[in-house]
Ligand binder design. Structure first.
Ligand code: ASP
Length: 475
């Protein structure tokens, strides 16, 4: 069913579908938007198998290792790879945006207009209110401190003032801890746990499902023959689901045509993209240059150094997954295709793909991290002299962009939501998010493609650290 020629033909058909969709979107935008239903059906087909596929493939990966303790080396390598590539990606974003300076000279008028648009963004407004309350409390505290120090000198008690100070300081601490890096890290840790597996499954909340699958399968490996039926069932379901992905991929050219035609058609009908490109085209180009450096230089170098594989051949082999990522703008929806393509076309060991790719689709987002860092600096540049962009702030941006990318879900435009964390951390006006609102969906396609490429290459890098027995079929 998936001979190399069949598969190559499919990749070619998908490319033709994307080009055709863009042509239709420009020639007849309104008609193009009518294809939305077809796109939705394709998305649903992919998304409906994500949860069972992730659960059974992660479990089957661990069962194939035979013992969860053997996860130490590949586990460490996976986390190391995710972190190193995300940080390299952020640094690339910072270098490119500082070198090109797309935000310089944007002008106060454009800034005001963009901020007005951003003010309609709910998350941005929440963050803004929080910052305003912090400023307010700071202002209230100053006269109270003056009163307290005066009375201290006279030795008289000032219970009312002390009480007010204590109350305000407590509120300040609470507000600050809500947006501090400590809080972000603790929120990310909490994301690993759920109080209801079914709720997480229903919401495609993959991280806790993966955490559970690792622990559960690890436990199964200690139970021996008593759970033979269960372990082979898990393996069979996994195998059948991977086969099912192949079936779905047969309609991928149609699905992808519909998705791209509808989205580009809508943008063209609204005229928003052309308008935005005219205004912040430099910014869009800067992000695309940064993403290209990461995708065509950094990641390939890492792959070559660790595996001696030809990285560009690897990219071609991963073509179907990369094109699906571009069309869906969702790492999660692309996940079944990424896994299937990595195993069958790029020839990465199944055990490595089963373990590295599902986790990567949820936490390893190089493209998103680069985009968030670059956008924050772009906004700072647009503010000009009104904002002092120190080196310390750039470092904070790098750090929070990494965390924000880890926290972003693998769904369309998730990066825009977690961007609030980055802007808040360095005191940039969150409503300036309005600047990038109209191009976010467009850049989302490019960054999601890089996210998926990073996951696939990660599975090839980690492959080398797997114990040899991992090749053996699960018991
Ligand atoms: N859409 C991206 C993804 O699914 C996340 C983002 O918005 O950056 O990987």
């Amino acid at each position: 069913m998936s001979s190399p020629t069949h598969s190559n033909r499919l990749t070619l058909l998908i490319i033709v579908a994307i080009v055709l969709a863009i042509v239709v979107a420009f020639a007849a935008p309104v008609t193009a938007t009518g294809f939305a239903v077809g796109g939705d059906i394709f998305l649903r087909l992919l998304k409906m198998i994500v949860v069972p596929l992730v659960v059974t493939s992660v479990m089957s990966g661990i069962l194939g290792l035979g013992d969860v303790r053997k996860l130490g080396r590949p586990g460490g390598a996976t986390i190391g790879y995710y972190l190193a590539t995300t940080i390299l990606s952020v640094v690339t974003g910072l270098v490119v945006v500082n070198a090109i300076g797309p935000g310089k000279g944007i002008g106060a008028e454009a800034l005001a207009a963009a901020s007005a648009e951003g003010a309609e963004n709910e998350r941005a407004m929440e963050a803004k209110e929080q910052q305003e309350r912090i400023d307010e409390i700071n202002k209230e505290l100053i006269p109270l401190y003056v009163v307290r120090s005066k009375y201290r000198n006279t030795g008289e008690p000032t219970p009312a003032t002390d009480r007010d100070i204590a109350r305000l300081e407590a509120e300040l601490k609470e507000l600050k801890s809500e947006s501090g890096i400590g809080k972000i890290v603790s929120n990310l840790t909490l994301m690993l746990f759920t109080d209801n597996l079914f709720k997480s499954a229903a919401e495609t909340d993959l991280l806790p499902l993966i955490a559970f699958s690792i622990v559960f399968a690890g436990m199964l490996t200690t139970l021996g023959e008593r759970v033979d039926g269960l372990t082979s069932l898990i393996d069979q379901i996994n195998h059948a689901l991977m086969q099912f992905v192949l079936l779905i991929m047969n309609v991928a050219p149609i699905g992808i045509f519909c998705l791209v035609a509808a989205k580009f058609g809508k943008a063209n009908a609204d005229g928003t993209l052309a308008e935005a490109l005219a205004q912040i085209g430099w910014f869009v180009l800067t992000v695309i240059i940064g993403l290209s450096v990461h995708a065509f230089i950094t990641l390939p170098l890492i792959l070559w150094v660790f595996t001696r594989r030809n990285p560009y051949r690897f990219m071609l082999d991963m073509g179907q997954a990369l094109l699906t990522a571009f069309s869906t703008a969702s790492s999660s929806a692309t996940l079944p295709v990424t896994m299937e393509t990595a195993v069958r076309k790029a020839g990465v060991k199944e055990k490595s793909v089963e373990f590295v790719v599902p986790i990567g689709a949820t936490i390893n987002m190089d493209g998103t991290a680069l985009y968030e860092a670059a956008t924050a600096i772009f906004i700072a540049q647009a503010l000009g002299d009104a904002y002092d962009l120190t080196l310390a702030k750039q470092i904070t941006i790098a750090l929070t962009a990494t965390l924000a990318a880890i926290g972003a879900a693998g769904i369309p435009e998730a990066g825009l939501v977690t961007m609030v964390i980055v802007l808040n951390a360095v005191g940039l006006p969150v409503e300036a998010i309005g600047f990038v609102l109209s191009v976010d969906w467009f850049l989302d396609r490019f960054r999601t493609t890089v996210n998926v490429l990073g996951d696939a290459m990660g599975s090839a890098v980690v492959e080398g650290t797997l114990p040899d027995e991992a090749d053996a079929a699960p018991a």
